[in-house]
Design a protein around this ligand. Sequence first.
Ligand SMILES: [Zn+2]
Length: 439
Amino acid sequence: MKLFSTKQFQFTILILLAMSLNLNAENNIVSVSAIQNDKRIATEKDTSLLETKTPDNIDFSVTIIGSGNPQYNPERTQPSALVQYKGIKFLVDMGNGTMTHLEELGLSGKNSLDALFLTHNHIDHNAEFIPMVHDELMTGREFLIAGPAPIDEMVSYTKKFYKEDLNYRMSGRGKTFDENNTKETVKVLKGGESFEYKGVKISTIEVPHSIKTIAYRFDVDGKSIVITGDLSYTNQLQKLAKDVDVLVIDGKTASNRNGAGTSNQSATSNQRTQSGGQQNAANGSVQAHASIDEIAKMAVECNAKTMVLTHLGTQPVDLDATAKRYADLGFKGKVIVAADFLTITPDGESFMLTKTTTGTSTPQRGQNGANKNSQTSTNQNKSVGQASGQQGNPMDRFDTNGDNKISESEAKGQLKENFSKLDVNHDGFITSDELKKKP
Ligand SMILES: [Zn+2]
């Protein structure tokens, strides 16, 4: 079984470099550098060097679901970040590729999200907003949707636009959509709000970008994570992110060895960011993203302990040059270059979140989150996962694509063995009517 996608083979993480520096502090520069280089080559080719964990039982963390930007990039999907606190799951942004990655982590269906937050309405950040709201509306759970206007109109229009579809999908569960007891709360944010949801304190500010953009801070048990969304330089970020443990920022990396650093951006946006000011007086255009110097300045002003650079382009990242550049610019915290599935804790530790599903053929995860297809869970977890998988409505358990019927590839165990008997009309699917007739 293939444990990791190719993109995971190519992630690059400064923490390992930092570790090798510490371990070799007494060696001379040459050998430190040699080990660093070995490490970097190793991390790109051998994921076994990095710890992996399942999404369960994580105390408080942020997982980069998508570390890319609007440019097509097979190595990085579009922006999305998952904040988890003891089983509570908040998603910030949902660009193209988000749902696939969440599915791969087993975070869909009954194990879906508690809240959707949008930083801004640029397509690379909200492309999957409508399908995610659509799915959440059928969960029968309580969930929160928050972001800048017109987020409320988007939610009500999604319900209107998909009314027939939602009714059809709910009918397989013996309900109409109107009878579904999902309780969604929609909050239109202007920036400056502060509220609590599911035991997590959430604070917001507006940040400068080419469109109304909200940055979020999540506080719990004295630990904090900030997700900036896209932004140009602002001295107001420190009001939100002062002394933050993890600052996930619209970042840039350096890509040459002396640290002079061309930044990881397309030529157009690079030009824009090098222009320096907030507003280009000549053509009236607004600066959309901060330069590498401005990112460092904000991280220093915030006194962030760990900075995670995300929203990255296709250019190769030079870890040494990136670390050097930010250090030279006065940032003394840890610098982590984001990768899809990379998870960061408030202590600045990072690991890859293990994929728990292998696609649509995987049954729903049990309540405890354990999954029999999980690649790293213990035997104990596996048996619990299997046990919990034996209960409940077969339609909920096996209909992984939500079409209200079970295909032969979705069926497992006894259901698969008896598939042709149960598929009374032999159309290749078991429907809920056919399930009711089952011997
Ligand atoms: Zn944007």
